[in-house]
Design a protein around this ligand. Structure first.
Ligand SMILES: *Cc1c(COP(=O)(O)O)cnc(C)c1O
Length: 377
């Protein structure tokens, strides 16, 4: 099984799970609703090319990305459907929008004018701000929103908004989300009343789909959940979620060190052995996306056992304490260590890995570095 790509630190991608996750989403979204997965940030660190290739084989042709360069990468790999850029694009590169047939988000009414003044024939989706106050024209500025259709060179193929509390279960968050849905429905209705039609509508990311399945728009934009992961560990217990993780993060034992009581390991002498100890050096570090904050926190799996992380995370290495592991005697160079995924009977989920540094899985996954090899299994 070991190939050169699995020799230092790598990501295994379970493509079968990705395909199953897509089917899970198809089951829970309304008939005819289009899946437009978010594959920004290198498909949340998974590796955009293998992910997109697998999704295309399953019949997905439209994608959401964050930037023009991400859109170009998809076009260069043969994606022919709509590619929506969810963020702002500088006027200097509107040429790329046109040349690669990328769909630009209209981040507000004045930006529509800038897009129009370029004179280029551009496809756009109009962003509507229903309360998040990030991107989009105010939901109650009907004139400003409807005005985008007046520009002859802009072809409006969609209208969308974004939910900012759809993961929450408090009364405040659910009431706010319902209000966002109501505002979005209202602007869509007002546009139709003005005789404007023929545009896609979309509002839900992963949590919007899972927690508000009654919504019925023409597209959805799942990101994190399509990868079989939720943002927080506790969500796994309260949301019926049948998707399975796609990604495992693995590395190797580079060397095993014997430390006498009182000896230290790593930068800043951050770890001191309290007794005769055995420390495994792993060949992965913060340049691979392992948070430096993980220094002295959390654990990895070696031969199905829990090995606590000790010392500072280095750029290319990290340390774990294997002293008390049953396998301590035989752990050796090149043995596998799992940071996210299964080993024997043990599992570290991406949600758990993120909880070690009190963040969400979206962040730790999307920061996994370009130096990691991506291996499809
Ligand atoms: C990233 C993003 C998504 C996907 O969000 P998930 O929570 O990962 O499903 C959807 N819509 C917009 C506008 C986004 O920026």
């Amino acid at each position: 099984m070991t190939d050169w790509r699995r020799s230092r630190a790598w990501i295994d991608l379970n493509m079968d799970n990705l395909r199953k996750n897509m089917k899970f989403f198809h089951r829970i979204i309304p008939d005819g609703c289009l899946l437009m997965p978010a594959v920004k940030a290198n498909a949340y660190g998974h590796g955009v090319l293998p992910v997109v290739e697998a999704l295309r084989e399953e019949g997905i042709s439209h994608f959401c990305v964050a930037s023009v360069s991400e859109g170009i990468e998809l076009r260069n790999h043969g994606v022919q459907g709509e590619i929506l850029i969810l963020g702002y694009t500088a006027a200097e590169i509107f040429t790329e929008l046109e040349h690669y047939d990328l769909t630009q988000t209209v981040v507000d009414a004045s930006y529509a004018e800038i897009l129009a003044r370029s004179g280029r024939k551009l496809k756009v989706h109009v962003g509507v701000d229903t309360g998040m106050h990030r991107l989009g024209e105010d939901w109650n500025h009907t004139g400003g929103i409807a005005g985008v259709w007046e520009y002859g060179n802009l072809s409006v193929t969609g209208v969308f908004s974004h939910l900012c509390a759809s993961d929450g279960i408090s009364e405040k968050e659910t009431a706010f989300t319902r209000e966002q849905i109501r505002r979005f429905d209202e602007i869509v209705r007002k546009l139709r009343q003005r005789g404007i039609s023929g545009f896609q509508t979309h509002l839900q990311g992963s949590y919007g789909i899972l927690n508000y399945p009654e919504c019925n728009y023409s597209c959805v934009r799942p990101g994190i959940a399509l990868y079989g992961v939720l943002s927080k560990e506790e969500d796994l217990t309260r949301i019926p979620f049948m998707a399975k993780p796609v990604l495992s993060l693995k590395t190797r034992v580079e060397l095993v060190k014997e430390l006498n009581a009182g000896e230290q390991a790593g930068y800043g002498l951050a770890f001191t052995a309290g007794k005769q100890s055995r420390i495994a050096v792993l060949s992965i570090g913060y340049a691979d996306g392992i948070p430096r904050e993980l220094s002295g926190k959390g654990y990895v799996l070696i031969h199905g056992e829990i090995a606590p992380i000790v010392g500072r995370i280095c750029m290319d290495q990290m340390f774990v304490d294997i002293t008390d592991l049953k396998c301590a005697e035989y752990v050796k160079m090149h043995d596998e260590a799992v940071l996210i995924g299964n080993s024997g009977e043990q599992t570290i989920t991406a949600e758990k890995f993120a909880s070690f540094t009190e963040t969400i899985s979206n962040e730790v996954l999307s920061r996994l570095g370009g130096r990691l090899e991506r291996c499809c299994i």
